[in-house]
Write a protein that binds this ligand. Structure first.
Ligand code: ADP
Ligand code: MG
Ligand code: MG
Ligand code: MG
Length: 401
């Protein structure tokens, strides 16, 4: 048993060498730390002697760096991330990296190297289109959310699962940064002075506060399914043919719409940012249309698969009650829209932003994108309880333009 300490490069290499059946005995291993170093270390280990084998070791750090300070974080999240990855891999083997080994004392997971994919946020900023993405992520969402819910599991087994995925430290980050800080004065908030009018509205808008309170309550209390918990486009490795979901360290049992909303929010942030990235007007309109189409496709792909799983695999004795499936799915859709809105808002005024918006060089264009994103976010939150179809989300996004 090893006591916890952050691995050195040499230790990461020895550890990689000790994984049975992976690298040849005479491999010349090279190692680079490629994480952003905020919460975790990520070691990329490659064989320089031509075997083309490689491996990733992710190690949790016991703190997060937040506005220059240190925010303590339980190392148990590495175990949660690893167990979530293994469960997701068992349900969706083509859509999640394989875990090769782990050490919970060292808070490390050794996994498949996905360096032949590109982080989707980067791809989207570069204008890459992902025609298979909606189907892939719809599959990931439908299978992971359905099979971990009471619909598919007996209530006793499900409660055992809920216990394994109690994740208070990471949930607190979400609770503070998404459902609290943007709506009050907080040192965690982070926005340019020219957005003070918007920030003030977020602090004072009583109708918005009611809807955020309801969404926060759902996040705090509803153990519907095992969520990924941080499903933004930076947690997705993609190529036009392939999609891989990484980084489920925020996994916990919560409302299904939180994951679906997260991915939709990040596509809508990229949509709002398009004037900063696609200069030709016709091309920009095409890209915007494609992104909105992907948003509506994601909901459709999820819904069709989820209904099929329900019809064919549900074990809940009441799952056949007439009308139950429709009511359930309508709730998931309303939550999806509301959480998408919350996630958009926090990426503009909260602590952590997205490169799609923040790296737009022209300040005027950037400001317009920020205001457009906030308008979309607010419309989604304010109207989430009356959303009835996936296209309603797209309609609200267009209305904000
Ligand atoms: P964090 O939780 O710190 O955000 P991530 O799991 O998102 O950590 O990983 C951070 C970065 O490390 C990713 O953006 C990616 O560049 C790289 N990375 C993580 N996992 C892999 C992997 N399986 N294959 C290749 N690169 C990876
Ligand atoms: Mg990171
Ligand atoms: Mg990440
Ligand atoms: Mg992470």
């Amino acid at each position: 048993m090893s006591t916890y300490h952050p691995l050195t490069i040499d230790e990461a290499v020895s550890l990689a060498r000790s994984i049975p059946g992976h690298f040849p005995a005479d491999a010349k291993l090279a190692c680079k730390e490629i994480g952003d170093g905020n919460l975790n270390l990520v070691f990329h280990i490659t064989d320089q002697s031509g075997s083309d084998k490689s491996i990733i070791i992710k190690q949790a750090l016991p703190y997060a760096k937040v506005v220059g300070e240190s925010w303590p974080l339980s190392l148990d999240r590495a175990r949660i991330e690893r167990e979530a990855l293994q469960l997701q891999y068992s349900l969706c083997p083509g859509l999640v990296p394989e875990v090769y080994a782990f050490d919970d004392h060292l808070a490390i997971t050794v996994m498949e190297d996905l360096s032949d994919h590109v982080i989707m946020r980067k791809g989207l900023i570069e204008g890459v289109s992902y025609p298979l993405f909606a189907g892939h992520i719809g599959e990931f969402l439908a299978r992971t959310l359905f099979y971990t819910s009471d619909l598919a599991m007996g209530p006793q087994d499900k409660k055992e699962q809920v216990k394994k995925f109690i994740n208070p430290d990471l949930c607190k980050i979400t609770e503070d940064l998404i459902f609290e800080d943007p709506y009050k004065l907080s040192d965690n908030n982070n926005y340019p002075a020219y957005l003070e009018d918007e920030a003030r509205d977020l602090r004072e808008n009583a109708a918005l506060h009611l809807e955020v309170a309801l969404l926060r309550e759902a996040f705090l209390t509803r153990t519907e399914a095992l969520l990924h918990g941080d499903l933004h486009t930076g947690s997705i490795f993609a190529t036009p043919e392939s999609t891989k979901v990484i980084d489920p360290e925020f996994a916990y049992y919560g409302p299904m719409g939180f994951d679906i909303g997260a991915i939709i929010a990040n596509l809508l942030l990229n949509y709002a940012a398009q004037p900063g990235w696609t200069k030709d007007e016709a091309a920009r309109r095409d890209t915007e249309q494609r992104l909105l189409q992907t948003v509506s496709d994601i909901w459709q792909e999820f819904e069709a698969r989820f209904r099929k799983l329900w019809n064919e695999e549900a074990r809940d004795p009441m799952s056949g009650a007439p009308g139950y499936q429709d009511v359930y799915i309508a709730k998931v859709l309303r939550d999806t829209a509301g959480f998408a809105g919350c996630k958009i808002i926090r990426r503009i005024v909260g602590l952590s932003h997205v490169a799609d918006i923040d790296t737009i060089e022209d300040e005027q264009i950037r400001e317009t994108a920020q205001r457009k994103a906030l308008a979309i976010g607010k419309l989604l939150v304010l109207n989430h309880r009356s959303i009835q179809t996936g296209n309603d989300i797209v309609r609200l996004a267009k209305q904000a333009s």
